[in-house]
Write a protein that binds this ligand. Sequence first.
Ligand SMILES: [Zn+2]
Length: 267
Amino acid sequence: MMTRRRMLALGAASAALLLAGDRVKGASAGAPHPLARGRAVIPTQNTSPSPTPTPTPAPPSPTPLPRRKEAVHRVHDVLPDAPPNAISLTIDDGPQPEWTPKMLDLLAEHDVKATFSLIGIQVKQYPKLAQRIVAEGHQLCNHTMNHPLGIASMSSRQVDREITEAHDRICDATGVVPKFFRSPGGAWSRAVFGSAARHGMLPIDWDIDPRDWSRPGTRHIKKSMLAAKGGDILLCHDGGGDRSETIKALGQVLPKLKARGLSFVLL
Ligand SMILES: [Zn+2]
């Protein structure tokens, strides 16, 4: 009986370890995992001997996609059947307790659905905000765990950890498996495309960038966004600092773009 109970306990422990997957590695920040080389998604913690190791992403398991060589940046690359006047709004670097609620209120007021590129550590800190984004009908995009701007020169193990941890945080908080990945600063590499593909995510960039994160002034943000044409993916931010200019600009830009006949679609 004792032996059986002990076996069950051991089984549960190794199952928990497996389920935790890269989250366990992520918890020990900075400490290189001795077994994690290259494709870090492979569950190297598997304690049972296996002659043919099979790559198994952390649950819930997305369907891997082929590795791409470039990110998509047109609405019609994602939605080929969208009408020609379709445009899509992406909002990066949240969730953030001050600006994300303001952004959500604004989008609700103008009946616009958007794609939120979430940073994993912030999802961990503000899971309810991530849930609110989903509850209000918006789309989620993985934007890495820590937003490393040097991601393009990181090893594939480091890249995979950034992406897997964010993936797990987003799934845990919202139950949503993100279908899109946006690289911090739009910096791409073979490793980044590879990890996004293994996680079943389409890499996305943008066409219209008002550089609102740099606080260039409401006028500049408005002018840049009003240049949008059918098929464009628009970028702005709800995280990374004071976003009052972004909110103010969008309050005028959203109705103007709609009045011009452009139609916001969800990626
Ligand atoms: Zn970003």
